[in-house]
Ligand binder design. Structure first.
Ligand code: NAD
Ligand code: UDP
Ligand code: UDP
Length: 317
């Protein structure tokens, strides 16, 4: 049995990861400051004696003895990470330093949840790990993009200078049950709007693309990455290469829900990437043939079912 720390464990991805790691027979310590996370996402795990929940902010030092650390603490939706941009950078940078300090002292393995955003508005398509990206360092998204890029640099430097056992994954847009209805990301926005027969808000002309990964595929890839040899650090892309425009996504969700919602257009936010699609050949090679298993329509069906139940429970539908 391993003792595993998951920072950001009360968030969307973290809550799925905590559950998966417990089911694998590990002891799990979930650390979260509840900025975008919620106790409700992990409350069903509280009766498990091998699960522990700690309210803590990763920008502050944290002392514990663990075997592995998954560092997920950081708001991920543009709406939330731009709400307090300075705090977002501090979370990525100071959080990484503290967790790397912890990993250095305990010799724990540590995995960083980096992001496809390190590629910025990419000029290479699809994006391989070798691409350095095209990021506006002073734009509205930079608190997130540059914070994550700095964290990657810290991880590599702790690896080279202090032999810390690091892993870096670059996660592409991920969706699924346990996203918050007000998360602000496109999949949850469109689904909630469709279920409530409200206008579907497309930013720009809707021809920008994203590649959407279902959350269970991400969790599987993360855990496989953690279990690779110490000599393999990444970075490695974890995403679903299926590429869709926001218009296609909206139509798919309208089709599944049978919604009466109309599509409306709003201005495109500043620095919104035009296209994004992962090259996952490295993940396939290094993670025992890992590849996403859940196609978009099936993942959307499961996510719509989740939101439908939630909105009915909350009296919002
Ligand atoms: P989320 O917002 O649901 O989860 C983030 C969690 O971190 C929340 O529980 C939040 O309360 C917590 N947190 C934020 N600041 C903290 C702090 N200072 N101290 C302690 N906890 C803090 O987002 P998510 O989608 O679950 O993302 C998880 C991780 O994966 C993030 O690091 C994100 O950057 C990364 N990621 C996610 C995606 C995606 O599409 N979901 C894509 C790329 C990268
Ligand atoms: N740190 C932590 N938990 C630990 C060990 C370290 O939070 O178990 C923090 C510590 O506060 C420090 C940071 O991690 O600020 C970086 O640690 P490192 O050992 O690299 O640097 P130093 O302590 O020399 O500043
Ligand atoms: N988007 C949209 N309507 C929304 C929310 C987002 O059209 O209600 C667009 C957004 O402009 C971007 C894409 O959907 O082009 C993905 O946005 P999201 O915030 O989910 O993720 P990110 O931009 O970080 O990939």
């Amino acid at each position: 049995m391993k003792r595993i720390l998951v920072t950001g464990g009360a968030g969307f991805v973290g809550s799925h990861l905590c559950e998966y790691l417990l089911n694998q027979g590990n002891e799990v310590i979930c650390l979260d400051n509840y900025f975008t996370g919620k106790k409700q996402k992990i409350v069903h795990l509280m009766n498990n004696p091998w699960f522990e929940l700690i309210r803590h902010d990763v920008t502050m030092p944290f002392y514990i003895e663990v075997d592995e650390i998954y560092n997920l603490a950081c708001p991920a939706s543009p709406v939330h990470y731009q709400y307090n941009a300075i705090k977002t950078i501090k979370t990525s940078v100071m959080g990484a330093i503290n967790m790397l300090g912890l990993a250095k002292r305990t010799r724990a393995k540590i995995l960083q949840a980096s992001t496809s955003e390190v590629y910025g508005d990419p000029e290479v398509h699809p994006q391989p790990e070798s691409y350095w990206g095209n990021v506006n360092p002073i734009g509205v998204r930079s608190c997130y993009d540059e914070g994550k890029r700095c964290a990657e640099s810290l991880f590599m430097n702790y690896y080279h200078q202090n032999n810390v056992r690091i892993k870096i994954i670059r996660i592409f847009n991920t969706y699924g049950p346990k996203m918050e209805p007000n998360d602000g990301r496109v999949v949850s926005n469109f689904i909630v709007q469709a279920l409530q027969n409200k206008d579907i808000t497309i930013f720009g002309d809707g021809n920008q693309t994203r590649s959407f990964q279902y959350v269970s595929d991400l969790v599987e890839g993360m855990v496989r990455m953690m279990n690779t040899d110490d000599s393999f650090t990444g970075p490695i892309n974890i995403g679903n290469p299926g590429e869709f425009t926001m218009l296609q996504l909206a139509r798919e969700i309208l089709d599944i829900t049978g919604s009466k919602s109309k599509i409306v257009h709003f201005p495109l936010p500043e620095d919104d990437p035009v296209q994004r699609k992962p090259d996952i050949s490295l993940a396939h090679e290094k993670l025992n043939g890992w590849e996403p298993k859940v196609p978009l329509r099936e993942g959307l069906l499961r996510t719509i079912e989740y939101f439908d139940k939630l909105l009915i429970e909350e009296g919002r539908r």
